[in-house]
Design a protein around this ligand. Sequence first.
Ligand code: HEC
Ligand code: HEC
Length: 469
Amino acid sequence: MNPKSLVSLVLFSTFAQAAPTDDPLGEKVGGDTTVYATGRNAFSFPAANLTDPEQTRFVIGNSFFKRNWVQAPASTKARDGLGPHFIARSCGGCHFNDGRGAPPEAGEQPVGLLLRLSIPGVGAHGGVVAEPVYGDQFNNAAIRGVKPEGKVNITHTEINGVFADGTPYTLHLPHYSFSDLAYGPMADNLLISPRIAPQLIGVGLLEAIDAAEIQDNARRQSLQDGPIKGVANQVWDAPSGQMMLGRYGWKANVASIAHQTAGAFNGDIGITSSVFPDEACTAAQHDCLAATSGGQQQGAQGKAPEIDDQTLGDVVFYQATLAPPARRAPNDAQVLRGQKLFAEAQCGTCHRPSYVTTASPNPQFSSTALNGQRIWPYTDLLLHDMGEALADGRADGQASGRQWKTPPLWGVGLIKDVNGHDRLLHDGRARGVLEAVLWHGGEAETSRARVLNMSPAERDALVKFVESL
Ligand code: HEC
Ligand code: HEC
């Protein structure tokens, strides 16, 4: 690979250009990191203000994010070690074009949707207790000679409702079950949390928000009247070996991009690292435990990780510096009307519009280009009780079985361009923004009620605003 020529390929095909300085509407959602980009590659550009060496590192990280890992032993030692169990062969297999996964089509197995598994109880560092035989997530693929864990089956029931103006709507409530289980039955008290792969833009900017400011969101909400009382998750961060405020995952169940990356390599692709040195096989999975692992030359202890620290760091850096694309048409009259309705319906209490970043707590995997930027992610990064209909009934760290993290709304309107679908919410059950809002309950019940009472024109304006972010 020649990183320099790849850099020019990436950079000269971008629409990145200087953005206006006066920005009252938050058009530059990522401050100076913002790129002006639409279309299939809208989520794949580096922050606009990276240095040349940083752009090179971005391109190297990108290549390890995108390319498929292969079964060991293989001629390409740098990329072997896939499995024994896995769901996808690369990060990009789920985060296609750095974007969002979707539930599978009928008759297909999920890829961009993963099922977390556990049984009731509290595990190490306040985390979950993995399902004893299948582990903490379901792997429906495996290398040659090892059994895939089984198949996922998804059905749904329809929920019918009607807006105040008489317009009917139908929502799809998904149900999950397993078949062809390779290692026998699962625990009777199994808990399942289905989650789709979110778009990855701006995750480095979210890491550069001061934790105190997120705690402050919770403090402010606790002092307000009404049901909205967000709380921060506290989770174990393996790379730094400490409890930290959770920011990533649908339950804010991960604190750093570094942990998320090492965890995904291990759990989703079957690649070991210094952070997670053991393959994710349980004691009951003898074929998985006996399979050959790949990677570099064996270390002194006879075991070396399948991805080295340098490469792992480059993949973390790559995500940390993925730029959020600028808003489209923030001045459009309908969009401005939607912005007002968004505020009126209290959406912004949880989907907090804006922050100024400080600095990443992990500067070795990030860039000072992200520091001190006015950003517009539309999230408080807190957990909220969203009602029974969205509940997965599975606690995760401090998050209860009814709580979800407010996801950032930046880029939501571009998912259609990038991924060719409009599936939203933690399991992708919502088809578009309006359905996503109709699923809101619990602390967000007042917002939902307000939307049910909107006229068709108001609903369109609200959706148009969210899709402009
Ligand atoms: C099997 C599909 C799948 C694969 C493969 C995968 N991811 Fe993910 N990714 C997800 C899902 C699902 C989530 C949400 C997880 C959760 O809520 O617990 C996620 C979340 C993330 C997040 C947090 C985003 C946020 O804003 O919350 C990052 C960063 C990330 N993945 C990076 C990676 C990297 C790097 C790789 C490759 C090493 C990777 N992912 C491989 C499915 C996948
Ligand atoms: C009480 C906090 C709260 C309020 C108020 C709220 N939301 Fe949300 N929103 C959330 C949470 C939490 C989720 C994730 C729920 C899930 O995935 O199950 C979410 C998800 C979404 C999504 C899907 C995002 C994605 O990435 O899939 C959209 C769109 C959205 N909200 C828009 C709105 C709008 C518009 C309003 C006002 C009408 C609103 N929200 C009010 C907390 C809130």
